[in-house]
Design a protein. Structure first.
Length: 362
């Protein structure tokens, strides 16, 4: 019995040893990624752009409100009772077309009276002239009759204007932009009262405000492109700079520039719309242009790295001007031409003169 127990114990120990040995794993081989022997760790990766020869500030941008180049506010020159109103808001008006008529009864009576008075005064002057020649009247009496005639002729001229002014017409062709809503047939009208505003929509203008840095780039007669956004389309037309103010506005410090343009769509484009304007500077000088990121500043000098056969060459430049994210430069190396070359714009902190460089765009 005791021997049987020892036998079982031995079997149990053997099983345990076998289980422990199975739990141990065999050592694994470590796999190492191989690196290509062709990789050149002496080359740097950077971005490069081509140097363009162009104007740094070829255009000037502005915006403003469209206005009629030719427009007029029509006002009454006489007083009286309105007898008819012959126009309405938005109407197309011809030149000299009647807008309002005023009762002319009093005006015609005044004209008739002034006419008769002038006729009588002229007869008196003629008679006094003959009498003076015979010595029947003095020179003073003759001059007095002439002065009376002159005064009556002035009254006749005013009466004639009054008769003409009872018919109010438009001095130009255009569309009615404003109509005095208080104007009613049967009501009286006073001298200087506004009748309406007429705008010629065929020729429009827009006033722009520019600061000191922009006004130097604008010339009278310069070509301009006016762009107006509508819900259905974008309308662009070409105009030109007509006028530049001689001085700046004391309140804003800006200069006024007026651009004239022809209205391609009078039924759509009206006064009061907002528009953007691009004015072209034909006299703008051209320079090699590089991104601001390409400029390297060292010891008070400016440089760019030019890529030549995958080698970075440090070229000293002079910064002429900056605008936005672009810099105008000139090469201080007279033997080297920048236009057409490629300059590095990234990784410049790791690049030195003569470094091998691979550009990302290759």
């Amino acid at each position: 019995m005791v021997g049987h127990r020892k036998y079982l114990a031995g079997i149990l120990v053997g099983v345990l040893l076998l289980a422990v040995s199975c739990m141990k794993q065999a050592p694994q081989d470590v796999v190492v990624d191989s690196v290509s022997a062709s990789t050149d760790y002496t080359q740097l990766v950077a971005s490069a752009v081509e140097v363009k020869l162009a104007a740094l500030r070829p255009t000037v941008q502005g915006s403003g409100v469209v206005q009629g180049r030719n427009e007029v506010v029509v006002k009454s020159r006489t007083s009286g009772i309105v007898t008819s109103i012959e126009f309405d808001l938005g109407d197309q008006i011809d030149r000299d077309q009647v807008l309002v008529r005023i009762d002319d009864t009093i005006a015609n009576l005044s004209l008739d009276q002034a006419t008769r008075q002038v006729e009588n005064a002229r007869k008196e002057v003629d008679a006094n002239t003959q009498l003076y020649a015979r010595g029947a009247v003095s020179l003073s009496q003759l001059n007095q009759s002439k002065a009376t005639l002159a005064g009556l002729e002035a009254q006749l001229a005013r009466a004639t204007e009054t008769v003409r002014d009872v018919v109010i017409s438009s001095p130009l062709a255009g569309r009615v932009a404003e109509r005095n809503a208080a104007l009613v047939v049967g009501d009286s009208i006073q001298v200087g009262q506004t009748i309406g505003r007429i705008i010629d929509l065929q020729s429009l203008s827009i006033s722009l405000s520019f600061g000191q840095s922009q006004i130097f780039l604008v010339r009278e007669g310069a070509r301009a492109v006016v762009t107006i956004e509508t819900p259905n389309e974008t309308i662009s037309t070409t105009g030109k700079v007509r006028a530049i103010s001689a001085g700046s506005d004391a309140r804003t410090g800006s200069w006024t520039v007026v651009v004239d343009f022809d209205n391609l769509k009078p039924q759509t484009i009206r006064a009061g719309l907002s528009a953007s304007v691009t004015i072209y500077n034909a006299e703008a000088p051209v320079y090699p242009l590089v991104p601001n990121a390409a400029i390297v500043n060292r010891d008070g000098r400016s440089y760019v790295y030019v890529l030549q056969d995958s080698i970075a060459k440090l070229v000293e430049v002079e910064v002429v001007d900056r605008y936005g994210d672009t810099t105008a430069v000139t090469s201080l190396d007279e033997t080297f031409e920048l236009p057409g070359a490629k300059v590095l714009t990234s990784g410049l902190s790791r690049v030195t003169d003569g470094s091998a460089v691979v550009t990302q765009d290759r």
